[in-house]
Design a protein around this ligand. Sequence first.
Ligand SMILES: *[C@@H]1O[C@H](CO)[C@@H](O)[C@H](O)[C@H]1NC(C)=O
Ligand SMILES: *[C@@H]1O[C@H](CO)[C@@H](O)[C@H](O)[C@H]1NC(C)=O
Ligand SMILES: *[C@@H]1O[C@H](CO)[C@@H](O)[C@H](O)[C@H]1NC(C)=O
Ligand SMILES: *[C@@H]1O[C@H](CO)[C@@H](O)[C@H](O)[C@H]1NC(C)=O
Ligand SMILES: CC(=O)N[C@H]1CO[C@H](CO)[C@@H](O)[C@@H]1O
Length: 389
Amino acid sequence: MSPSPMASLHLLLLLSLFTSPPSSSHASPITTIVVLVMENRSFDHMIGWMKGSNPQLNGVDGSESNPVNTTDHSSPLVYFQNHSHYVDPDPGHSFQAIRAQVFGTPTATTGPGTPPGLPPLMNGFAQQAVAEGGTNLSEAVMNGFPPSAVPVYRALVEEFAVCDRWFASVPASTQPNRLYVHSGTSHGATGNDKWLLVQGYPQDTIFDHLHDAGMSFGIYYQNIPATLFYKNLRKLKYWKKFHFYSTLKKHAQAGELPNYVVVEQRYVDSKLAPANDDHPSHDVGEGQRLVKEVYETLRASPQWNQTLLVITYDEHGGFFDHVHTPIKGVPSPDQVVGPEPFLFEFNRLGVRVPTFLISPWIEKGTVLHGPNGSPFPTSEFEHSSIPAQ
Ligand SMILES: *[C@@H]1O[C@H](CO)[C@@H](O)[C@H](O)[C@H]1NC(C)=O
Ligand SMILES: *[C@@H]1O[C@H](CO)[C@@H](O)[C@H](O)[C@H]1NC(C)=O
Ligand SMILES: *[C@@H]1O[C@H](CO)[C@@H](O)[C@H](O)[C@H]1NC(C)=O
Ligand SMILES: *[C@@H]1O[C@H](CO)[C@@H](O)[C@H](O)[C@H]1NC(C)=O
Ligand SMILES: CC(=O)N[C@H]1CO[C@H](CO)[C@@H](O)[C@@H]1O
C-alpha cells in the first residue's frame, strides 16, 4: 500500500517495543491487532495529569496557561486545571477553530490553511473557546481529568505503554482523522462532509491490502460502522466482515479473532444505551467501561498472547494540549488539496491525542516518545502509523 512515507515502518517500530519474541523465530509474536478509536479528547485533557503514575510521561503540572486574548498582553491567563467533569456544550474543533487554537489567531480569520511564519504556540484555546461559548467553555477546555476520574486509563498507563507524542493526522474534525486510521489519507477531506461520506471515499484501505495478502479482518460495531465511509468496504465480498459488537466476545472466547480487528463504539446516545465514545457531552464513564470491557474480553481470549490492542483518539475535540503540533516536514500522503477557502495541503498535523499500546509483550510502564527519527528525521506517530508497515 502507499501510506504516507512518514508513517511507513511505524508499526514495525511499535512492534519492536515487544520484549523477547518467541525464541523459535524472529517473527513478531503478534497475529491480531485490535484498533479502538475513541472520540474528541486531547492527551492533556485525558491523561496529562498522570505523571504521578509514570513520571516519564510528558504531561502537565498546572503551570500551563492560555491568555483570554492573544493580542492583548495585559489579558488574564486561564491556567490548566485538574477537575474536568461532564462537558457540555461541545468545544469547537472544526478546521478553523483548531487553527485558532494552535496559532492563537482570531477565530474569524479565513486565509491560507497554515498561517505563514506563525509558530504553533498552542495559545489560542481559551480565546477560541470564549468566542464560541464564553468563559465557562474556556474553563472547560483548559481542564483535564484527575486520574481518579479515569481509573481504567490510569491502570493502562501503569501496566502497559502510552505514546506521549501521537498526533491527530489532520488539524480538523472527526471524519478526516478516522479516514486516516485505516487508509493513511482523508482523500482531501478537512471536515465532515455529509454528502461525500454518503457517497463513500475512494481510497485504498488497509482492509483491501490485508484481504489481498490472505489475512483476515473484522469490524465489530455497535450502531453505525463508520468504516463504511470507505467505498471499498461496501463491496459484497466484505459483507461478512461486519459483526455486531456482541460477537467480539464470542470470537475472542473461541480464539477466532481475525488478524485485524476494528471495534466501533456507540456514537449515538440514548437513555437505554448511552454513547460510549467519550465525545462531549457523552459521559467518559461509559467510555471507560467500554475500554475495560474490550481489554477484559481480549485478555480472556486464548489469542491474548498474540494480541496487540491499540487505543487512540480521532482528534482532540477542542481541548487544550501543551505540545506544539508538528508543522515542518509533514508530507502530504497523496497531494490531494483540501477544499476552499483554506486549500489545506496536509502539511501539518493535528493536536496530540492519547494512545495506548496494550499487549502481554509490552513492558510495564513504557512511555514511547516518538519514532526517534525513523524512517525520516521529522517522522511522528499519527494515525497512519497504524496502517503503515
Ligand atoms: C505466551 O507465549 C510465550 C512464548 O511463546 C510462552 O512461553 C507462554 O507460555 C505463552 N503464554 C500463554 C498463556 O500461552
Ligand atoms: C483583543 O485585544 C486586542 C488588542 O488590545 C483588541 O483589539 C481586540 O478587540 C481584543 N479582542 C477581544 C475579542 O476582546
Ligand atoms: C457557567 O457556570 C456556572 C457555574 O458552574 C453556572 O452557574 C452558569 O449557569 C454557567 N453559565 C452558562 C452560560 O452556561
Ligand atoms: C489538583 O490540583 C490541586 C492544585 O494544584 C491539588 O491540590 C490537587 O491535589 C490536585 N488534585 C488531583 C486529583 O490531582
Ligand atoms: C460521535 C460524535 O458525536 N462525534 C463527534 C466528534 O466531533 C465531530 C466533529 O468533528 C462531530 O461531528 C461528531 O459528531
